[in-house]
Design a protein around this ligand. Structure first.
Ligand code: PBG
Length: 319
């Protein structure tokens, strides 16, 4: 007799028991935009706002109340300049947001994105010289930005610039300044992606000329991800990341198998916007699509997921 699994006998409870992945709110990180201006909606990302410091308090209370344990801050300064000085100003917007968040919720895990593109007048992720980003000059500024965030109380700094050697230079600067216990979550495998479109609207950080293809990864490359991730791990990354998530699940799965470091995946602004737009048009069911997307990312190997859906998911999970 041929033995076969009794699949159609599995009721919902048994399916739950044998399921291999699940969504846990404690594994989600909520990205938030903080601005020196007034609170504003972001058109391409329904439900997501840029918060003024004044309104951040209320937003954080809601988030903490939902059981979200980690946030990732992006700063939007009033003034931008050639060298992105707002990124490493001790009282810059992100540094002030971190101080506020940690004073209200000391247990909240506060992560800050470390990059210059939200702060530079040209929108590139580093110092531009003769039409190119100067890698090593940028490293010094990124290290200053990381130290200023650690001073403000950030638990984790997350360099998203894709400069070579960024993790080593940030680790050294943190250690020299007495922040041996500040973690680094490196955006190790970050592709040059069309799916960052809505973010660039949110942060006003679209490059004024050229693109980011000289420093972000080429979507045609899979092996390159192993090189990028191993460099970051050897330089001291505590957590590595793959970004975007859904178009790169193969790479995420590669990273899970190859490395033992904690692994994050970033479900980026364009992934969020697509699901929101299709759901608003009635083409897909939002809750099912969001759930499936997060399960897929976790099934591919992510230990934690950065997602703009975090509060929505928390509400669904809390019933
Ligand atoms: C900054 C940065 C970007 C994102 C995270 N950090 C934009 C970019 O590289 O252009 C994208 C996040 C998202 O799309 O949600 N370098």
């Amino acid at each position: 007799m041929i033995k076969r699994p009794r699949r159609n006998r599995l009721n919902a409870a048994i399916r739950g028991l044998v399921s291999e992945s699940s969504i846990d709110i404690k594994k989600l990180i909520y990205p938030m935009f903080v601005t020196e201006g007034e609170t504003e909606d972001i058109e391409a990302m329904p439900g997501i706002k840029r918060y003024s410091l004044k309104d951040l308090e209320c937003a954080l209370k809601e988030i903490a109340g939902l059981g979200i344990t980690s946030v990732l801050f992006f700063g939007i300064p009033k003034e931008k300049d050639e060298t992105g000085s707002g990124a490493y100003c001790p009282h810059g917007i992100v540094q002030n947001a971190v101080r506020l968040a940690k004073s209200l919720f000391p247990e909240l895990v506060v992560i800050t994105d470390i990059c210059l593109c939200e702060y530079t007048s040209h929108g590139h992720c580093g110092v531009v010289e003769n039409g190119y980003v100067n890698n090593d000059k940028t490293l010094e500024l990124l290290a200053k930005a990381a130290v200023s965030c650690a001073e403000a109380g950030a638990d984790i700094v997350a360099p998203s610039d894709m400069m070579d050697g960024h993790t080593a230079s940030i680790r050294a600067a943190l250690d020299e300044s007495g922040f041996e216990n500040t973690l680094i979550m490196s955006y190790s495998v970050k592709y040059a992606s069309a799916f960052y479109g809505p973010f660039r609207e949110a942060a006003g950080s679209a490059p004024a000329f050229g693109d980011r293809k000289t420093y972000q990864m080429d979507c045609r490359n899979r092996r390159e991800a192993f090189i990028e991730a191993s460099l970051d791990i050897n330089e001291g990354a505590d957590i590595i990341m793959v970004k975007p998530a859904m178009p790169y699940l193969d790479v995420l799965s590669d990273m899970r198998r190859e490395f033992h470091a904690p692994l994050a995946a970033y479900q980026v602004s364009g992934e969020y916007a697509m699901i929101k737009a299709a759901a608003a048009a009635g083409y897909i069911d939002e809750k099912s699509a969001v759930t499936e997307s997060l399960i897929s990312i976790s099934r591919a190997g992510a230990d934690m997921i950065i997602t703009y859906f975090a509060p929505q998911v928390a509400k669904w999970l809390n019933g």
